[in-house]
Every structure is written in C-alpha cells, then in structure tokens.
Design a protein around this ligand. Structure first.
Ligand SMILES: Nc1nc2c(ncn2[C@@H]2O[C@H](COP(=O)(O)OP(=O)(O)O)[C@@H](O)[C@H]2O)c(=O)[nH]1
Ligand SMILES: [Mg+2]
Length: 334
C-alpha cells in the first residue's frame, strides 16, 4: 500500500487486509501525520520514504521490497479506504488460474458513484492506454491490482506519480502480457484525492503519445514485425535522463497529428507491395484514424472543459463534455 497522509484509514485497512494475506507492506511517503505509526501498530511492515515523491515511486519501492522478501506476486491497494479488503479473495482466484496476468479492479460499471471529472478522465485514459497495451483494459486508473513480480522484473518503470501505473499496463500489454479485469465495489465518500483529473491525465497521455510515436517510427524500418516492448528499449533509454525525457514528452504530442498522418499514409502505401512495415498501425481494430483524431481533439476537449466550468459559475450547467468524450473516445475493442 502506497500511503500519504492517511492516518484515519490506514490502521483499519491494514488490519482488515491481514485477515486475507500474510504480510502487508506500507510505503509511507513523507506523510506529515500519524500514518507510519498507525500502519506499524496495525501489523504492517512500514518502509519510510523521507520526502514525498509520489505514488509511482512508492510502488517501485514496494515491488522491490516484495521481490527481496521472495514473493511471486503482490496485491496493490489504496490506503485511504477506497478498496475493500474483503474483495481480496476475488483477486486471488483469477490469479491462481492465470498467475502471469495482471488483474485490475474495475469501477467503470458504477458511473453514478464516481465524481464526474474523475469518470471522464478515466474514459480518456482507458482509450489511450488500451491502444498502447494492445487490448481493452476496462479501468486503467484503478490501483487495486494483482501484479506477478516476474512481470515487474521485465519492465523498467521510468515514470513517476500517477503515470507509473499506466506505464506498467502499457508495457505489460505491449510485451505480450494479459491484463484481466474484475469488477469491484466503488467507494467514494469524502475522500481526499491527490489525483488532478486534467493535469495527471495530461501527463499520462503525453507519455503514451511519446511512447507510441517512437514505436511507430521504429516500426517503419521493421518489416513484418512489431516493435514490442522489451526492457531498456529506446523509449526507456530516453527516459534515463529526466530533462531529455521531459523534452521528448513535450515535443511528441505537438507533432503527433502530422506524425500519425505520415505513418498512416506510409502504412497504406506499402500494402500493395505486401510490405507490412508499421504492423501495429496496420492492425488497429478501431482504425488508426480514430486514434489520431482523438489525440488531435485533446486541446479542443481541454478548451471545452474550461468553458463548461466557467459557464457553470455563471449558472449554466451542461453535459457537453461528457457527450464529446463518449463520441470521440469510444470503446472500439471487441
Ligand atoms: N506513497 C504515496 N502514496 C500516495 C501518494 N498520493 C496518493 N497516494 C496513495 O495512493 C492511493 C490513491 O491515491 P488517491 O490520491 O486517493 O487517488 P484516487 O483514489 O485515484 O483519487 C491512496 O492510498 C493514497 O494514500 C503519494 O504521493 N505517495
Ligand atoms: Mg483515493
């Protein structure tokens, strides 16, 4: 459990979880409250991170801890009471059937219980992440998951904060792994969330776009085979230097639309020659144009969101943003 200032919930969450699994590791990420002490009191092994470095970093520390302790798989859970420990057996059953799969909880069935901005951001993230992971992932933003540690060993986690969990799904899927979904209960009360729907989804999308554009660029030189993810691929190497990574994530979204246009034309032109460079572009179920259009419309969506927010202050309430998202970021996977 990554934990940041969750003193009210951490004790009961750890105690309930220990009823189902033998050990709980909590990464206390520079909390300024009683989180660490209460987690330890409840029976967790606490790893203290000096200053707050975000959920992604905490997860990386926890994965390493579990590997060092010799475990094969871990369950990640939120520490703020949004995940019900009583559902742990429901994760263990599919894990035993398919120990190599990542199993992700999904709250998408409960749209009425999730704050609207969060639900919309979940739609956008799942559209792009499912493309990059080569499979439909119902809820890409749920932190209640089972991870086989053999899979964690095979990926580099280069991104931080809330991007790490998306990066993990993309790399798991793009390296040929399976991602399974199980529906879980949705608990939204007066929880404090550190997730910023617009900003954090922007960071997630920027990373995916930078990942995909580079992948297609390399595939245009490859004949008949995809540039599937392998640890320390070119994208990982770019991420080794934070400044270079940041510049790459800023530039690629700016050139995404013309870049995709060039790749799509190239992919189509090659078909009569029976050359399948850009294999991934050629085989998209949803049609590559949809992906390009969706990326091109992101600035429009941002403008609409701001306009709708401003209008709501003036007393005009509309749901145009929801409709825009449903139309342009649809579920295109069979
Ligand atoms: N270690 C660590 N955990 C965090 C941080 N931010 C959030 N978390 C934890 O990650 C989980 C989910 O975060 P939250 O902000 O509630 O996101 P949401 O539930 O997706 O809206 C909770 O258990 C938080 O305590 C952080 O900066 N560091
Ligand atoms: Mg939360």
């Amino acid at each position: 459990m990554p934990a940041y200032n969750v003193q009210e919930t951490i004790g009961p969450v750890v105690r309930d979880t220990l009823k189902y699994i033998e050990s709980v590791f909590v990464a206390d990420d520079g909390s300024t409250d009683e989180t660490a002490r209460r987690a330890a009191q409840a029976g967790a092994e606490v790893i203290s991170i000096e200053a707050n470095r975000g959920k992604g970093n905490a997860l990386k520390v926890l994965f390493q801890k579990a590997m060092d302790a010799g475990y094969d798989a871990v369950i990640s859970m939120d520490a703020d009471g949004q995940h019900d420990s009583r559902e742990i057996p429901r994760f263990i059953a599919p894990h035993q059937t398919d120990p190599q799969a990542v199993i992700v909880g999904s709250r998408m069935h409960a749209s009425n219980k999730i704050p609207r901005a969060r639900y919309n951001s979940m739609h956008i993230a799942r559209f792009f992440i499912s493309y990059a992971a080569n499979q439909f992932v119902e809820d890409t933003q749920c932190g209640y998951r089972v991870y086989p540690l053999s899979l964690i060993e095979k990926v580099s986690l280069t991104q931080g904060r809330y991007v790490t969990e998306s990066e993990l799904l993309i790399k798991a899927g793009d390296s040929g792994g399976r991602i399974t979904t199980i529906p879980i209960g949705t608990i939204y009360g007066d929880h404090v969330s550190h997730f910023r729907p617009v900003l954090d989804v922007t960071f997630i999308t920027a990373y995916i776009i930078s990942y995909q554009l580079l992948k297609y660029g390399i595939e245009s030189f490859y004949l008949n085979r995809p540039y599937a993810y392998r640890k320390n691929n070119l994208r990982d190497r770019i991420a080794r230097n934070q400044i270079v990574d940041y510049i790459f994530k800023t530039i690629t979204p700016c050139v995404y639309v013309p870049g995709m246009f060039v790749y799509t034309c190239l992919a189509v032109l090659l078909i009569p020659f029976r050359a399948s460079n850009l294999v991934s572009v050629q085989c998209y179920q949803g049609g590559i144009y949809r992906l390009t259009l969706a990326a091109a419309l992101l600035p429009v969506l941002l403008g609409l969101t701001i306009a709708e927010k401003l209008a709501s202050y003036a007393g005009f309430h509309s749901r145009y943003v929801d409709k825009f998202i449903q139309r342009n970021y649809p579920h295109v996977w069979s």
